[in-house]
Design a binder for this molecule. Structure first.
Ligand code: SF4
Length: 238
């Protein structure tokens, strides 16, 4: 099945900018952004990020406030703080052998960097990859990674897979099946996440007096290193 997938990918693969680099830092940035943000939204932001901070040293030298500002609009802002901290570790000590020692880097991201930057024979398994493996009953090799990403994003969709255009259809035991709706991301409107985002937007524009602001959101943002409170004023970390 790997060959079928690779042949399909060579004709149908998406031209994503992080596929043209093997720089582990650039891949760390793309993987961090892609964790909870769609590919189309990530592309321009990834390009801008690397133009502004092309190396871990450059990012490490930025202030947390600059990093949080640049991240605005990508959501789940804690990722920006972790990415910044990881860059500082790499800038000071180099890349650790075990990438999961870096802030915000779990086993999936570590495997993604090892595969894409270093060509190591590991297959990071995200929800798309897991879904295709489960449906086909096939254990794909590490070289199939980008093909799996694209097949999962454009053909082997979660609920109604497009088996009629799938390169694996002839050998797939799940061909033609339909699936129950998968769990939706929790609603943003009216959520605590929305309150946090609103407060962070306000503070990003300028420091705010604490009085009258959402105390729970302040505490939560402060715990994540996204804001600091001093002398009755809440601001981005200097
Ligand atoms: S045949 Fe259908 S279920 Fe099987 S891998 Fe292709 S799209 Fe997915």
């Amino acid at each position: 099945m790997d060959e079928l997938l690779l042949a399909w990918f060579s004709q149908n693969g998406r031209d994503l900018p992080w596929r043209r680099t093997t720089d582990p830092y650039a891949i760390l940035v793309s993987e961090t952004m892609l964790q909870q943000t769609q590919v189309e939204r990530v592309i321009p932001r990834w390009l801008a990020w690397l133009e502004r901070w092309p190396t871990p040293e450059a990012l490490g030298a930025a202030t947390p406030a600059e990093v949080i500002r640049e991240w605005q609009g990508l959501g789940y802002n804690r990722r920006a703080v972790s990415l910044h901290r990881a860059a500082r570790v790499v800038a000071a000590q180099g890349w650790p052998d075990d990438l999961t020692e870096l802030p915000g880097v779990g086993p999936y991201t570590a495997a993604a960097i090892r595969n894409q930057a270093h060509g190591e024979p590991v297959l990071p398994v995200d929800t798309n990859v897991a879904r295709i493996q489960e449906r086909t009953g096939h254990a794909f090799g590490p070289g199939a990674l980008q093909g799996l990403f694209d097949l999962g994003a454009t053909v082997c969709l979660a609920r109604i897979p497009r088996c009629e255009v799938c390169p694996l259809a002839e050998r797939c035991p799940s061909r033609g099946r339909r699936y129950e709706p998968t769990r939706k991301q929790s609603r943003f409107e009216g959520s605590f996440r929305q309150r946090r985002a609103a407060l962070l937007r306000l503070v990003t524009a300028e420091p705010q007096p604490v009085a009258g602001l959402d105390a729970d959101a302040i505490e939560s943002l402060s715990r994540d290193g996204l804001v600091v409170v001093a002398d009755g004023v809440v601001a981005l970390p200097a």
